[in-house]
Write a protein that binds this ligand. Structure first.
Ligand SMILES: CC(=O)/C=C/C=C(C)/C=C/C1=C(C)CCCC1(C)C
Ligand SMILES: CC(/C=C/C=O)=C\C=C\C=O
Ligand SMILES: [Fe+2]
Length: 566
């Protein structure tokens, strides 16, 4: 095999301590999908890359190509011009030390884990939506200024069955297994209602529970999967020990050292159970229940925020749709339907009593991600309102369609990313029936792109000043900047690398820090030439402090967590 990005990974298994590979020409490359290898011509990096093999500390792992490939020339050509972000991961797993340019702060000791849908191929069949891909977990382990990267596929039942049968076997975000005949169609319907056919592909996020267990998540409850943060090995299902049932939950629980809070939508009698699980336990207990005020079904709840005393339950007019759930082919809004006439609402529940403190009608909104929320007090210290911030897509549902892989892969220079903003809900607690929704700062500050946010976790539920997210440098078809939002000055600092796609900026505070933005921001970048690197920005200046090239570009990832060195 010719020298290639792939061979870099393999070279790391060589017994020598340092593998130096010269790039700079077109080579015949081998692409490994989960279905095995395919040859295609690839243009790769015009510079030297030194990868240190730290076999003595972290053994680099052999690639594990799995099932024979089938790719027509058109698909192969498409890969050539595409960012690794929207391209399936090359192999099942890899790990090794990266060469660092710049300085990783010596206080940064621990592992950043990032999860996401990294594999979108099944033999000849290509998934169509970003959210369908089989989960790829990536780790960046920082230790004394050094950095080790590893990635590994999560061995969900859905992934293992797809690998074995070379077809979709479970209901994913948009794709549904094709019934072999009418009898199996009837059986599939029964399995849908029991939840047996829903995917357990945990491709959305990863959280560290208060008791140290690390769990990968998606919106199906059965997807909750325990992994080993050091080896990325799939350890087994996280089973809730209670009898609350439910098929789906929010993809983004609120997780602290003490508890795990989430929302369980009721798809029959429109509402949400608000549940809490203590650290160390597997038992969810009900805090309370919210009845939806709009109809005909519960609003999609990908995430929700909390304040110190309240749980904020959004009822988005983009609602789960039973008919769309049953359809074999994806609809324009997938499993959801837009119901502007049903209005949007925000419900505020008291965390300790489960009572609804207020429930207000708000302007129509579309959001995946809440950023944070906090309580506003008057001069006497009485709570008068709740502020809840989110990445808001101007009540435009077309963003879901923009996340189809076909749209992500074809950027022709046209500015097609719909506008988004930091949507700020102001929810009065004086019994007024309406809440406000406004932009927290001018959206031009961040190029009118806004998603994939994080904050300093110590400010969860508290008045905060800074948010980190992906914004836009236009024209673009996907958020392509890292942006630091200052909610007090109403300004943004933007980082951009032309043609690249950065993943969610993740803030890690410096131990002992007293300022909110004292720390670093971690992101993984997909470059337009198919390569990629880990990036570290200073939390305060938002300037680059270090980067480390990956052996090959990684697929786009969604959400992550920080596991400090114990
Ligand atoms: C990756 C991401 O952000 C969201 C993933 C969402 C998924 C996998 C949702 C799956 C679902 C089903 C399989 C059936 C029920 C509805 C719904 C929760 C959308
Ligand atoms: C990638 C994404 C949502 C991910 C959910 O977990 C949203 C991107 C929005 C672009 O503006
Ligand atoms: Fe998300």
């Amino acid at each position: 095999m010719a020298s290639s990005a792939f061979s870099v990974a393999r070279s790391c298994n060589s017994p020598s301590n340092v593998t130096k590979i010269r790039f700079g020409h077109h080579v015949k490359d081998e692409y490994y999908s989960i279905f095995g290898k395919v040859n295609f011509s690839s243009k790769i990096c015009k510079r030297n890359l030194i990868l240190t093999n730290v076999a003595s500390k972290v053994p680099a792992l052999a690639p594990t190509p799995i099932v024979p490939p089938k790719m027509d020339q058109e698909t192969v050509d498409e890969f050539e011009s595409k960012l690794a972000a929207w391209t399936s991961i090359r192999q099942e797993r890899w790990e090794g030390e990266l060469d660092v340019q710049g300085q990783i702060p010596l206080w940064l000791n621990g592992t950043y884990l990032r999860n996401g849908p990294g594999l979108w191929h099944l033999g000849e069949y290509n998934f169509r939506h970003l959210f369908d891909g089989y989960a790829t977990l990536v780790r960046l382990t920082f230790e004394n200024g050094r950095l080790v990267m590893g990635h590994r596929q999560i061995e969900s039942d859905a992934y293992m069955a797809a690998k074995k049968n070379k077809k979709v076997c479970y209901r994913e975000f948009s794709e549904v297994p094709k019934p072999d005949n009418f009898l199996s169609y009837i059986g599939d319907m029964a399995k849908l209602f029991s939840g047996a056919s829903l995917t357990d592909n945990p491709n959305t996020g990863v959280v560290k529970l208060g008791d140290g267990r690390v769990v990968c998540l998606t919106e199906t409850i059965k997807g909750s999967t325990i992994i080993n943060p050091n080896t990325l090995e799939t350890l087994g299902k996280f089973e809730f020990s209670d009898t609350l049932g439910g098929l789906i939950h929010s993809a983004h629980p609120i997780v602290t050292d003490d508890e795990f809070i989430t929302l369980v939508p009721d798809l029959i009698k429109a509402g949400y159970l608000v549940v809490r699980m203590e650290a160390g336990s597997n038992e969810r207990k009900v805090i309370g229940r919210v009845e939806c005020r709009g109809g005909p079904s519960a609003g999609w709840v990908h995430s929700f925020p909390v304040t110190q005393h309240y749980i904020i339950v959004p009822e988005m007019p983009l609602r789960y749709c039973a008919q769309n759930l049953l359809k074999a082919e994806p609809t324009p809004l997938y499993k959801f339907q837009w119901h502007p006439q049903s209005k949007g609402f925000i419900h505020v529940m008291c965390k300790s009593s489960g009572k609804i403190v207020t429930s207000v009608e708000v302007p129509l909104f579309v959001t995946f991600h809440f950023i944070n929320a906090y309580e506003e007090k008057d001069e006497d210290g009485r709570i008068i309102s709740v502020i809840a911030d989110c990445c808001e897509h101007n009540a435009d549902t077309t963003i879901l369609d923009k996340l189809r892989l076909q749209n992500l892969r074809k950027f022709s220079g046209q500015d097609v990313l719909p506008d988004a903003r930091v949507g700020r809900f102001v929810i009065p607690l004086d019994g007024s029936p309406y809440g406000r929704l406004e932009a927290a700062l001018k959206a031009d500050e961040h190029g009118r792109g806004m998603d994939m946010c994080s904050i300093n976790p110590s400010y969860l539920g508290k008045k905060y000043r800074y948010a980190y997210a992906c914004g836009a440098r236009r024209p673009c078809n996907f958020p392509n900047t890292l942006t630091k939002i200052d909610l007090v000055e109403k300004k943004a600092k933007n980082w951009h690398d032309e043609g690249s796609v950065p993943s969610e900026p993740f803030f890690v505070a410096r131990p002992g820090a007293t300022q909110e933005d004292d720390g670093v921001v971690i992101s993984m970048i997909s470059e337009k030439n198919g390569e990629g690197y880990a990036l570290l920005l200073d939390g305060q200046t938002f300037e680059e402090i270090a980067r480390a090239k990956f052996p090959y570009g990684l697929p786009y990832g969604l959400h992550g967590c920080w596991v400090p060195k114990n």
